[in-house]
Design a protein around this ligand. Structure first.
Ligand code: C2O
Length: 535
């Protein structure tokens, strides 16, 4: 193992990843998507972050357990006070997981402005477990033409209707296409030739590649596919899985898939597609080829010219992805007995006095006990470790659930909303025990004999929505449920939240304070570089 140092100045600058010029955030004046962190299992990573903005920032390493290094996890207000403007902080941790990850700002909605990128950890077994000749990373990102603070202001204001900001285009590895005829008069838009601006993945005929598909999106979920090529899933969110072959996969915010793709003997070139799952208004700006506001890239057989490209979308009959069919490799049984059951429900509401739409989380099914997460100052971890505050004395608006060391935890999550919500747990992967729709909590299953042996495991789960009526409302009493389990084997303060970035800021968040006595014992002295950010 080696130590890998990265020297990052977080900067703002102008860029036009889809042809429209705007202010973006990035690293050393380049977009986050160009700033790959790559290491081998066991390496130590040190990212020397200097905040060159005039607002605070913090960086999270999405999917890394940070075992023994909870203070490096990154969510501001939760594990750290954000890095003040002009200050520096060194994120310093050892990676003891292989797989596909990503990093992103965890301050306000900054990652929507481009402060996000890939993180790949190679394992010694990667090539013995699966057979592939080379690998490439495919980053999916939704993109807006306004800065995130303006978008937030247009979402969370008194009397708001709660409609989330909708992306203007989709980027693949930092490249997208926008049709300038839809640009606003005050926008600088450079018309582009799609074939020359789309990301290209150059491949050799007959070879098998590992593509790491990483969604760094803030709002949009996708159907991901490659025309005329099947995808064999071998990894979900850092968990190696039994090869599972499909024609397309659904990829939600923060999720990662490694897929093996075998090239044909002679092509032809193909579109790589990330079709936005929601039929949202932005489809109106698609051009006649229909590929510009849904993400597209080119799989280019070496030596074959681009264009022409075939116009295929999906085969007439295709194998669709079913999350419940994913199995870990090696098998990992879910805990059969539950030590601590945590019912969680949530909903959106506008309440007096400020009538701002917010998300509310409750730990029973009673909405009168619900709280909207409000980012604390100082950070929760700092209060617990530095100020020795008892978690029971922290604000109920932090939605804290305490866990005992080593216990097996079951989350029964109830979604009273008609939308899907991709929830992400820091510091862990969980087992997905079951999902469905119901209209009485007694209908939520508590035993899962069929899936107990080796259920799917990952760190972002798309929660089932309620049953929708024809008018797009929830049917009376209907809700979606999802049952997850994990083991409290990682002492720390761990954020658990919807990974729709707008919903993070609307308060759709909660926190596990896990094994606090053990955490206190293990942490020792907090470094001055950490405590000074809270001063
Ligand atoms: Cu990508 Cu709180 O996480």
């Amino acid at each position: 193992p080696v130590t890998r140092d990265y020297y990052w100045v977080v900067t703002n600058f102008t860029a036009a990843p889809d042809g429209v010029t705007r202010t973006v955030l990035g690293i050393n004046h380049s977009l986050g998507s160009d700033n790959l962190i790559e290491a081998n299992l066991g390496d130590r990573i040190r990212v020397h972050v200097t905040n060159g903005l005039n607002v605070p920032t913090s960086i999270h390493w999405h999917g890394l357990f940070q075992y023994g290094s909870n203070i490096m996890d990154g969510p501001s207000g939760v594990t750290q006070c954000p890095i003040p403007a002009g200050h520096s902080f060194i994120y310093d941790f050892v990676v003891n997981q292989s797989g596909s990850y990503w990093w992103h700002s965890h301050y306000r909605a900054q990652y929507v402005d481009g402060l996000r990128g890939p993180m790949i950890i190679h394992g010694p077994q990667d090539h013995t477990k699966y057979s592939y000749a080379a690998e490439q990373t495919i980053q999916l990102a939704d993109w807006y033409h306004s800065v995130s603070e303006d978008l937030l202001a247009g979402y969370l204001y008194p009397g708001s209707d709660g409609a989330e900001p909708v992306p203007d285009s989709i980027l693949i590895n930092g490249h997208g296409i926008y049709d300038c005829k839809y640009a606003a008069p005050n926008q600088r838009c450079q018309p582009q030739n799609p074939a020359s601006v789309m990301a290209r993945f150059v491949v050799q005929p007959s070879m098998t590649y590992r593509f790491r598909v990483i969604s760094t999106s803030a709002f949009t979920a996708y159907n991901f596919s490659i025309d005329n090529h099947q995808l064999t899933i071998i990894e979900t969110d850092g968990v190696d899985v039994v090869p599972y072959t499909v024609d397309r996969i659904t990829v939600n915010n923060g999720q990662r898939y490694s897929v093996l793709v075998t090239m044909s003997a002679r092509g032809p070139n193909a579109y790589i597609r990330a079709i936005a799952l929601y039929n949202a208004p932005w489809t109106a700006s698609a051009n006649s080829a229909g590929y510009n506001t849904n993400g597209a890239a080119i799989l280019q057989y070496s030596g074959q010219p681009v264009p022409p490209l075939p116009a295929t979308v999906m085969p007439k009959k295709f194998v669709d992805f079913n999350q419940m069919l994913v199995k870990s490799l090696p098998a990992a049984a879910a805990p059969s007995k539950v030590d601590h059951n945590v019912p969680i429900s949530f909903f959106f509401d506008t309440v007096a006095p400020d009538t701002i739409q917010r998300a509310y989380v409750s730990f029973n099914y009673d909405s009168s006990n619900a709280h909207t997460f409000q980012k604390p100052n100082p950070a929760i971890l700092y209060s617990l470790l530095h100020d020795n505050v008892n978690p029971a004395n922290l604000s109920p608006n932090l939605n804290i659930v305490q866990l005992a060391a080593g216990e097996s935890v079951q989350l029964q999550i109830i979604n009273y909303d008609g939308g899907e919500h991709p929830w992400h747990l820091h510091g862990h992967t969980f087992w997905i025990m079951g999902q469905g729709q119901a209209n009485d909590t007694s209908q939520i299953p508590t035993t899962f004999p069929a899936t107990q042996a080796n259920p799917p495991r990952r760190d972002v789960i798309t929660l089932a929505p309620c049953q929708l009526t024809e008018t797009d409302d929830c049917a009376p009493n209907s809700f979606g449920y999802t049952v997850l389990r994990f083991v409290a084997d990682n002492p720390g303060v761990w954020f658990f939240h919807c990974h729709i970035e707008w919903h993070v800021e609307a308060g759709l968040d909660m926190v596990f304070v896990e094994a606090l006595p053990q955490l206190k014992k293990a942490q020792g002295m907090l470094p001055a570089s950490y405590t000074s950010m809270c001063a």
